[in-house]
Design a binder for this molecule. Sequence first.
Ligand code: ATR
Length: 276
Amino acid sequence: MGNLYGVIGCPISHSMSPDIHNHAFHVLKIDSHYHAFHIEKEQLSDAVNSLKLLGVKGYNVTIPHKVAIIPYLDELDETARIAGAVNTVVNDDGKLIGYNTDGNGYMQSLLGLLERPINEYNMLIIGAGGAAKGIYYTLAYNGCINLDIANRTITKAEDLINNCPFDNNSMAITLEEAELKLEKYDIIIQTTAVGLHPNIDEKPLSLKNAKKSAIVSDIVYNPIKTALLKEAEQSQLTIHNGVGMFVHQAAIAFSLWTGQTPPINEMTDIVYKKLG
Ligand code: ATR
């Protein structure tokens, strides 16, 4: 009998995770299934116990449970400790281990665009929320020391930098300051919800001072091209959307569960097809 995997969150009905994981199981001839479970905030503890009771071998964790699930797990991998959040659970014979594959998934998707080692680039992260934290600490862990944080609320950017456990030369700046000194950065990483449906015309800042060789990266994948990426494209900058991060975070989770490498290109095609 095959194994069961899944994702818990809410809302969850539009999740594309079942599509890409079930495709990978099919291609690799693994007799398993991945299901989306709608779990409300107050149902989390019951859900964790139920999934364990039913022998679900692993699951992804998404909004609003990424931080709240931590007390219910038996162990946290270093990736989850660094991010302070969990997006993947492995059920190791009844022992629940929390991982976070978002930061490494993001980094792997970005690496494909880079010509030099990642730590040689000057980077700017826009945003200081949960998503920014995972990416910032993963990049800092991997030796990126020239990495500034711009945020609407500057104290949150300062907190992120002050709590960073890895060496860095990071500065906290406002969005207005970032806009003025954008030419300093080789890679601009947008992590806020600005530009998400339904506010698809909004941008956290203007790119008019960005340098021609800059890579503009947005972790949002719906829409595929945010207003920020559209501006970047019009200015002939290199663009990187959130589809790569989504697929790579899934691929790392898949490997943790099965020990196998899923078909990343096919999974990417599925996501683009679904997003239209
Ligand atoms: P996530 O887990 O997706 O990162 P979050 O932790 O709520 O979500 O963080 C949201 C981020 O988007 C924050 O950096 C937030 O800025 P503030 O810290 O100033 O709140 C940013 N953000 C949300 N709406 C924004 C807006 N309209 N303009 C600029 N930044 C915004």
